[in-house]
Design a protein around this ligand. Sequence first.
Ligand SMILES: [Zn+2]
Length: 440
Amino acid sequence: MESGESQQDEGGVDVDTGKTYCGSETLGKPTDAANVSDDHSQQRPPDSRPTDQPTPQSQPHKTTLFVQVKETQWPIIYSPDYNIGFLGLEKLHPFDSGKWGKVFNFLKADGMVSDETIVRPQEATTEDLLVVHTKKYLDSLRENIAVAIPEWSVTVASITEVPPVALLPNPIVQRRVLKPLRTQTGGTILAGKLAMERGWAINIGGGFHHCSSERGGGFCAFADITLAIKFLLDLRMVEKVMIVDLDAHQGNGHERDFMDMRETVFILDMFNRSIYPHDGYAKRGISRKVELDFNTEDGPFLRAVERHLKQALEEFRPDLIVYNAGTDILEGDPLGALSITPEGIVQRDQMVFEIAKNRTKPIPILMVTSGGYQKNNARIIADSILNLKKQRLIQCQEAEEYLKNKAKQSPSQESSVDTGAANANPTSRRSWSSIFGFKK
Ligand SMILES: [Zn+2]
């Protein structure tokens, strides 16, 4: 399936063959589904260093994002504030801006979780965001989001998975778009800490992998993955992290942010080579690159995930895997342009968790849900989380017992209203190593 080493970095031309790989030339090509590059030697060009870098912090950042979590709560993070409303405009667009709430409701309907047994995150503050972002970038969002994130305009909405926010006045955009994205970002940062404590954590939102410290794009306003990792490095909870980015698109945001930290952050990125963002410069931040052709199917895709993840973990021993589990690889996705079935997505997630867990020293995983906004993505994400539970790759016995006891005590009083009380009465928690028997 893989066609060997390749260095296809600069904007759509295969430097080995001289062939262009954009457009219809590769469409439907049944073979040569993936190419890989393990090249660690590429250097940043001298004239391309980003300006206006955030000031390095001498002290670990103080934050209110790390809310106390009870042992009867799954390390699954969600808030009703995640969901974006555009005064009904979203109905004009295929983008499912309520995906996150639907995932939670499916998990709840299955009986896996309740409002009390998941974790509700805080919104990331400006101070939190400044750990990674430049003030200039955050100011630009405040002034005009469509300028800061050029793809957020009506004219290109159809090609960049973006709702028609440019039609709305900026104060409404701030409230209806940026607040949900800041809350999801707070969720990813909290999930990083929880993953280290419990062995895994899932943020039902997040995965804004096109955003770097100083530039947004592709519906990504905040660099939640970079932020989560920077917080853990500051707290000295991790020394080495692997990002496994299996969204259909290249994760150019975190790649730009960690380009100079390749000893600390190893990036495995599998993506459709022929779609947005075509960021040749950011590819220099990838330690293991797997480029996919249009319409890659389950078999080659899953074999590539298994092979490259296992090989990457032979090369680099992380303290944490940050898994960007975008579902825009799903067949029929107009932006991802791959052909992975719903079952293939469930298998992919299972494989990543199994490989991380079945090591002599299991590796904690932080999973975020990233791209994929067709109407059926929420169901598939929920099915995948339920499958992880069924396979006992994720567990929280205390949460399950809590729900069973509650149902016995008052079977008719189970509330379906999210009270936000999940974090109201914090107690101490057991460490994940004692629950799962992992050795840290
Ligand atoms: Zn994507």
